[in-house]
Each structure stands twice: as structure tokens, then as C-alpha cells.
Design a protein around this ligand. Structure first.
Ligand code: ADP
Ligand code: ZN
Length: 210
């Protein structure tokens, strides 16, 4: 099964990608995580991406398309994959089509803008392994410490309020048109983001398995 998760920043794509990954045993591919890893390793790619990401802008299409192309060629994608955070623009979706990548379903997780800011301000990520937490909705067992690896959990620079505003603007301008794009292919399913993560997960799994 080849899946795409769409949704605003903070809609919970990453969390749901993990749920589907565990249920269907297919890898979740997050372009955001790949880029953050590149920043951590101070590669040339990371250094370039950082300037865009810190300002809440999208990284240029050409860069992320190349990252994704390489990732999809790896063996673990043979039986399917979940794309979390790609495509984010119409040209990126067109690039997927040109690569002849079959997409079985696109799940759009919808959360109102007003709720996004609160969600993102509580978000914490592990500096070491990238695992994602939320102070209210998904706290780590020990505050500030990653359950998975014991690393330190921190707030992402782009989760600060000013940057969040810009990310939302960019989402509406550049990513939301993909809802139309995939509605036309007949592959789109909308999931309303719920207060409880588990409730959203139940809806997401239903959307994927239906
Ligand atoms: P979120 O969905 O919470 O915004 P991500 O981790 O998916 O977080 O993305 C973080 C940042 O990484 C984005 O704001 C953007 O700068 C960059 N990024 C990730 N994926 C893409 C993409 N497909 N196209 C362009 N930029 C991307
Ligand atoms: Zn960790």
C-alpha cells in the first residue's frame, strides 16, 4: 500500500504515520525528519535547508524531490510506504506522477487553524532520534527525556509562534491545492482530527483499510 498523508503543520501527520507504520509494517517517510537529520549532521544539504526551515518556508522543490527519489529506491519501500510531509506543492505531486509512483490512497487530516498554534506550542521532539511528543496529548514518561532512546526532548525552532503563523500561511497557499489535486484522482479520504490522538488513529486506520 502506497500512502500519502496530507494536513497542515501540527495536524498530526507524523503521529498517524507512525500508527500506520506499526499496523501495516510499511516505512513512514518524513521529508522533514530527513532534512532535520541533514541539519544535525551539518551536511551541505542541511545547511541550505536550514535557512528555509527556520523561517517557516518550504525547502525548494528540486531539493526535496531528489531526496524523496533516493529514499523510495531503498529496499524497504518495495511493499509500500507512507509519505508524511511530501508532496507539499503541486509540482512535487506532479514529480511523483512522473516517477510513475502509484499512490493508493491520500489521507487528509483536517484540523482548524485555531487549534494548530496550541498543538504546536506543546510539541517536543527528541534531539537524538526525532521521536515526537506533546506536553498535553502525548507526554514522554519523564519530562524532557525521550522514551525511545533517553535523548533530550526539545521544542523545534520552527514551532515558535511567529514561525507557526508563516508555516500556516505557506500551507494554505502551497499545500492546500493538493486537496483538489488528489480529489480529482479519486484517492482522497478526509479524516477530521480529534481531541484524542487514539480517536484520530482509529479514523485514520479505517480510512486506510477501507
Ligand atoms: P510540519 O508538518 O509539522 O510542518 P515537517 O517536519 O513535515 O513539519 O516539515 C518541517 C519543515 O521542513 C517544513 O516547514 C519545510 O521547511 C521543510 N519540508 C519538509 N517537507 C518538505 C517538502 N515536501 N517540501 C518543502 N519543504 C519541506
Ligand atoms: Zn529519542
Amino acid at each position: 500500500m502506497n500512502l500519502i498523508l496530507l494536513g497542515a503543520p501540527g495536524a498530526g501527520k507524523g503521529t498517524q504515520a507512525e500508527v500506520i507504520c506499526n499496523a501495516l509494517h510499511i516505512p513512514a517517510i518524513s521529508t522533514g525528519n530527513i532534512l532535520r537529520e541533514a541539519i544535525k549532521n551539518q551536511t551541505a544539504l542541511g545547511m541550505e535547508a536550514k535557512t528555509y526551515m527556520d523561517g517557516g518556508k518550504l525547502v525548494p522543490d528540486e531539493i526535496v524531490i531528489n531526496i524523496l527519489k533516493e529514499r523510495l529506491q531503498q529496499d524497504d519501500c518495495k511493499n509500500g510506504f507512507i509519505l508524511d510531509g511530501f508532496p507539499r506543492t503541486v509540482p512535487q505531486a506532479e514529480a511523483l506522477d512522473k516517477m510513475n509512483v502509484r499512490i493508493d490512497r491520500v489521507v487528509d487530516i483536517e484540523v482548524a487553524d485555531e487549534k494548530i498554534a496550541a498543538r504546536l506550542s506543546g510539541r517536543r521532539v527528541c534531539e537524538n532520534c526525532g521521536a515526537s511528543y506533546h506536553t498535553l496529548y502525548k507526554p514522554s514518561k519523564t519530562e524532557g527525556v525521550c522514551d525511545a532512546c533517553g535523548g533530550k526532548t526539545v521544542q523545534r525552532k520552527d514551532d515558535h509562534p511567529d514561525t507557526v503563523k508563516e508555516r500556516l500561511r505557506v500551507y494554505h497557499e502551497q499545500t492546500e491545492p493538493l486537496i483538489d489535486y488528489y480529489t480529482k484522482t479519486g484517492k482522497l479520504v478526509v479524516v477530521e482530527g480529534q481531541e484524542e490522538v487514539a480517536d484520530t488513529s482509529a479514523l485514520t486506520l479505517k480510512a486506510v483499510e477501507a
